[in-house]
Design a protein around this ligand. Structure first.
Ligand code: NAD
Length: 482
């Protein structure tokens, strides 16, 4: 049984806490480790180290800072498989899904190395006669990320490489449910030889989070998690005057038009809903059949969902793993119960799935509700599991209305062969990440990641070009030399 440690000032250290959480393998249902619920004092130690390291790191030329990330990228390639396997063990997704995640993590490192062109400001001579003006981008200080359970490797790296390459120093607080993956990643950071204190990690839950939110020397926070927590983080950062980007939950609608090429796109539709066992902020959740596509779509979708092989993600051929924890499994089962109570028709029931050799794993099989109404709880709330709600609408307008009425606005997808319909959807759908004939609209590192409405609180989203603005302040210098 492994008890993970914090990484502060270039050293592995024990937390001050006496409280530990449990880490589980969702595929087997076995306890595999312990995680310290670090205290505000642990956070303070990390902030002190990051603050101490800041000035020298800030004065290190950007290209030199980027070279650390070139080296880190190569080290990540060497440890790629190891990180992916640890990720599967504690989170539950399949090995291919984990590899895809780690690849996306590395892409952010690659993008961040463009700092010498991406961090630049601008200037104009003679704004008045003989007076020149320059807007320079400067780092700010100590930043931190608070991460969710579902992408234990990737999510902190939507932010960390950009913050650090810009000259800031950093603290990562991984999800207490999946602390092993970042611990392995930090072993690689340690090997890479960043100056002490530049990148730190503190494990924990609420107390560690509050330690970060209310620490006067942390200048900005990136958060990803449920919308209720995202709102709380956004509010706290407002109170304490921190920069903040706070990414919340999702309820994504996937519209299928009567002219869609169903056979061609069925694999992408199925992956949208059941990939990562539905535990993705970009997962399809409501399958909207537009017009007379309903009957054929239902038949083909149910058949493909039934055929999915559910099991331990480390095993060859498994297409869907378990959900992350026993508690989360109960939450998802609660939503299935609610769907039945509110009158939706359960046409594929994954509640009693048996996975050979793993009777204690946290499995839920592919589940589908038909005859779902827009006002039902399963249409409105984020389930975050392998549960699909099918809704019929007459036309595109009705489908767009469903998206508009949702509290969330992360992603929305459309399947069609008609360019005009696709354009109208893109133009009018109130969500920020759009998939056309694509079920998971996941922006790569050089495009912004984040939603709208209840899915995002803040101004600047994850990665993309704009992130360089989040991690720098614009200093304007106006000069006259006589
Ligand atoms: P969560 O909100 O429960 O936890 C996220 C982080 O917040 C964790 O580090 C946790 O320790 C901390 N936290 C949780 N409750 C807290 C509290 N009351 N006070 C202070 N800190 C608290 O989220 P989760 O269940 O780990 O992650 C799943 C959620 O993340 C889903 O809603 C999913 O949609 C969302 N998500 C969103 C995106 C996006 O891009 N918008 C990406 C990935 C995940």
């Amino acid at each position: 049984m492994r008890r993970v440690k914090n990484y502060i000032n270039g050293e592995w250290v024990e937390s001050e806490t006496k409280e530990y959480g449990e880490v589980w393998c969702p595929a087997t249902g076995e306890k595999i480790g312990e995680v310290p619920f670090s205290t505000a004092e642990d956070i303070d130690q990390a902030v002190k180290a990051a603050k101490e390291a800041y000035w020298e790191w800030r004065c290190t030329p950007p290209l030199t800072r980027a070279r650390y990330f070139f080296k880190l990228k190569n080290l990540f390639e060497t440890s790629f498989e190891d990180i992916s396997r640890i990720l599967v063990t504690e989170e539950g997704k399949t090995l291919d899904e984990a590899r895809g995640e780690v690849r996306r993590m590395i892409e952010n490192v690659e993008h961040a190395t463009g700092v010498t062109t991406l961090m630049t400001g601008y200037n104009l001579e003679d704004i008045a006669q003989g007076i020149d003006c320059t807007a320079e981008r400067q780092p700010i200080g100590v930043f931190g990320v608070i991460a969710p359970f579902n992408f234990p490797a990737m999510v902190p790296w939507w932010f960390l490489p950009y913050a650090v390459v810009c000259g800031n120093t950093y603290i990562v607080k991984p999800s207490e449910q999946v602390p092993m993956t970042q611990t392995r990643i930090f072993e690689v950071i340690d090997e890479c030889g960043f100056p002490e204190g530049v990148i730190n990690m503190v494990h924990g839950a609420r107390e560690a989070v509050n330690g970060m939110l209310y620490h006067p020397d942390i200048k900005g926070i990136s958060f990803v998690g449920q919308s209720s927590t995202a709102r709380y983080v956004y509010k706290a950062c407002g109170e304490t005057g921190k920069r903040v980007q706070s990414l919340g939950g999702a309820k994504n609608f996937v519209l299928v038009m009567p002219d869609a090429e169903l056979d061609k796109h069925m694999p992408s539709l199925i992956t949208s809903f059941y990939g990562c066992a539905g535990e993705r902020c970009l997962s399809g959740s409501v399958l909207v059949a537009v017009g007379d596509v309903y009957k054929e779509l239902k038949e083909k979708f149910v058949a493909a969902a039934k055929a999915l092989r559910v099991g331990n993600g480390l095993e060859e051929g498994v297409q869907m793993g378990p959900v992350v924890s026993k508690k989360h499994k109960e939450k998802v089962l609660g939503y299935i119960e609610k769907g039945i109570q509110e009158g939706a028709k359960l046409i594929l029931d994954g509640r009693n799935i048996k996975v050979e050799r793993y009777p204690n794993g946290f499995y839920i099989g592919p589940t589908i509700f038909d005859e779902v109404h827009p006002e039902m709880t399963i249409t409105k709330e984020e389930i975050f599991g392998p549960v699909v709600s099918m809704i019929r609408v007459k036309n595109l307008d009705e489908g767009l209305k469903l998206i508009e009425n949702s509290e969330y606005g992360n992603a929305a997808c459309l399947y069609t062969t008609n360019g005009k319909t696709a354009r109208e959807f893109k133009y009018r759908a109130v969500a920020s990440m759009m998939g056309i004939n694509l079920g998971i609209a996941a922006p790569m590192s050089f495009f912004p990641f984040g939603g709208t409405k209840g899915s995002f609180f803040g101004d600047i989203k994850g990665h993309g070009r704009e992130i360089f603005q989040f991690f720098t302040d614009t200093k304007v210098v106006i000069q006259r030399w006589t």
